[in-house]
Design a protein around this ligand. Structure first.
Ligand SMILES: NC(=O)c1ccc[n+]([C@@H]2O[C@H](COP(=O)([O-])OP(=O)(O)OC[C@H]3O[C@@H](n4cnc5c(N)ncnc54)[C@H](O)[C@@H]3O)[C@@H](O)[C@H]2O)c1
Length: 468
């Protein structure tokens, strides 16, 4: 095993090496703030051709915004064919045929898809309240499953999904694409070099501005009881009369969605756990409120949360501050900032930056300090004493920062889908499997529990379970 120090030296050598080689290497640019900018390389999709027998037939269940996005991504993977789509609104099935041809099998009943022997894998992109049920039924019917995040709607549902994955041995991956992103993986490499010293704090947020970002999605004018299968949509949710707003903006209602935490905290947890190899927090507290979008929703539009992460063999103990704000007052932003004793790693969707400022061992004197209040004689005396005590004192070392950028049109979703199909074809281990996903969904859903019940939640990160 590489010691922390040797891997750190290796990283610094590589980082500084490429910084020094700026002039010689076309991929290393100098940012306008004197940061060294390196372009990350995306792995090109393999050109291999597969025979019809080797083809993986996939179906999308839940052909809404993300279902369409997943379909468009998945058909780019060599040897994968989209053969069926399921949705509860006629217009989305019609559009799937417009995009993928008249031969695409479409249905409003997902069981018809699970019953088809020629379908190898399903992508589940329904509203959250169907995730566990369709995932479990699909694995039991022999299908590999790519399920959108969050893996479950309620914490209690996690165990059964983990058990189904174990029992069936099917490939199961959840859809937080950041887990497979070249940016996240670079951040992981940087973090593991220990270049930022001891991790003490993580700040992460997703802030948005505008109704669309706050889930007020368009409702088609032909949404009627005969184009929307409302009874089927409700599933295990309480029976209420047909309401197109609840159907097309389901995220706003706890009966079908998981609020800001289930929708967006989950992405942040998945990225953080990938970078740090952490299993999760053990103590969770949330606050927030419904401040602006008073459109009938029963979830907050501002949510802040603090999470205590215990030390593990991969990182020191740290505190996490997490926030989602749909009323940003500006144009919104998203970050994951890992703050260590010797530097900061800042991860965005398209780039990761590392900046170092090493905490000096010598305390220093002068400036905003009590030294200036001493008598002149004492100041002289103190200086003499200080120089004897700290003969080799160096000022805080600030190194030029490094930034690693994904290529302009890089799409992490492609790498995440590729990971799923590599799992099926080659048995490549899946990072975002059921247990990993519950370690992300659990603290997110526990954040909701804390918010609604106004209390601190204790969580077992190893078992991914609530502590009573
Ligand atoms: N990974 C990401 O970046 C990302 C981004 C957006 C959404 N998502 C996730 O994708 C899922 C879908 O979100 P969306 O924004 O696409 O929602 P959406 O409302 O646009 O689409 C959901 C679709 O699911 C269908 N559906 C619901 N229950 C069904 C059932 N029982 N059988 C068949 N179809 C059913 C609905 O008809 C609807 O068209 C959510 O879980 C969300 O968290 C992930």
């Amino acid at each position: 095993m590489i010691s922390k120090n040797s891997s750190r030296r290796g990283f610094i050598k590589k980082a500084v090496g490429s910084a020094l080689a700026t002039a010689a290497m076309p991929s290393v640019l100098l940012g306008n703030d004197n940061r060294n900018v390196v372009e990350l390389k995306a792995t090109p999709l393999e050109k291999e051709r597969y025979t019809a027998n080797e083809q993986i037939n996939v179906a999308v269940i839940g052909m809404g915004i993300m279902g369409h996005n997943n379909a468009a991504t998945t058909v780019q993977i060599p040897g994968v064919k989209l053969v069926a789509a399921c949705d509860l609104y006629t217009g989305r099935l019609d559009h799937a045929k417009e995009l993928y041809g008249k031969d695409l099998f479409t249905t409003k009943n997902y069981k018809e898809i699970l019953d088809r022997k020629d379908i190898d894998a399903v992508i589940i992109a329904t509203s959250d309240h169907w995730h566990d049920r369709i995932s479990i039924e699909a694995m039991n019917k022999g299908k590999h499953v790519y399920c959108e995040k969050p893996m479950v709607h309620h914490i209690e549902e996690g165990e059964a999904v983990i058990a189904a994955q174990k029992k069936t041995g099917k490939v199961f991956q959840v859809g937080s694409q950041r887990v497979s992103s070249i940016v996240t993986l670079k951040a992981k490499e940087i973090f593991e070099s220990n270049i930022i010293g001891d991790l003490v704090l993580v700040e992460t947020w997703t802030d948005r501005q505008g109704p669309n970002g706050a889930w007020e999605y368009s409702i088609p004018t032909d949404a009627k009881a005969n184009t929307v299968d409302w009874d089927n949509f409700l599933g295990d949710a309480p029976k209420v009369a047909y309401d197109p707003v609840r159907f097309f903006r389901w995220r706003n209602y706890q009966d079908y969605g998981t609020g800001m935490a289930g929708d967006l905290f989950v992405h942040l947890f998945s990225a953080l756990h990938t970078v740090t190899s952490s299993k999760g927090p053990n103590r969770i507290y949330s606050s927030g409120g419904l401040r602006y979008y008073k459109d009938g929703r029963d979830v907050p539009d501002v949510m802040t949360s603090i999470h205590d992460y215990p030390a593990s063999d991969k990182h020191s103990a740290f505190n996490l501050q997490m926030r989602v704000n749909f009323v940003d007052g500006f144009h919104g932003s998203e970050r994951l900032r890992l703050v260590g004793s010797d530097g900061v790693i800042t991860v965005g969707w398209g780039s990761v930056k590392v900046e170092r400022s090493i905490t000096p061992k010598a305390p220093g004197y002068g400036g905003w300090d009590s030294f200036n209040t001493f008598s002149e004689a004492q100041q002289k005396e103190y200086e003499k004493w200080y120089k004897e005590k700290y003969p080799a004192e160096k000022p805080t070392m600030v190194e030029p920062g490094m930034e690693y950028k994904a290529p302009e049109h890089y799409n992490a979703n492609i790498d995440h889908h590729l990971s799923f199909y590599n799992g099926i074809r080659k048995g490549t281990p899946i990072v975002e499997d059921a247990l990993f996903s519950m370690r992300a969904a659990g603290p997110a859903l526990a954040s909701n529990k804390s918010y609604f019940e106004k209390k601190i939640i204790n969580w077992d990160p190893e078992k991914a379970k609530l502590i009573a």
